[in-house]
Write a protein that binds this ligand. Sequence first.
Ligand code: SF4
Ligand code: SF4
Length: 146
Amino acid sequence: MTDKKCGECSLCCLMTHTPEFRRPVGVWCQHCKQGEGCTIYTVRPESCVNYKCMWLMEDWPEFLRPDKCGVLFDVLRNHKTVVAITARPGAWREEPAYNTILHLLKEDRGVYAVDGEEKNLLVPEGRTPEQVWYDLMKAVKELGLT
Ligand code: SF4
Ligand code: SF4
């Protein structure tokens, strides 16, 4: 865990969902003032209080902050699978995001790269796509997203 701050980033207010508001992924939260942050910060819903992208949790460099690298990395509860949600088309295939994906694969984590309608399942050596898909679906189900 780190003491990092989100700074000007507010990408999770677009790229993740807020169940309390029934806000789906891909729609900006009505309470987000881009570049300034949450306008209801002190009373924001529990899901927002608890949410941390991987950049915030891990000892990752500043250039991997989601608004800077164009990709929001979200590790699922099982820690075996990471969802890489692309905010800028094609960003997951570019540096520095792609190098990060290679590192995650080396750590034996599956990566589900979501770039708009395009979705790619990246599988670490020694595991099958079916195993990685199973882990992904199990974690998504636990989150109540299916
Ligand atoms: S995506 Fe990560 S760094 Fe950006 S606002 Fe959300 S938690 Fe903070
Ligand atoms: S309530 Fe605030 S922190 Fe939560 S999604 Fe909306 S703007 Fe972001």
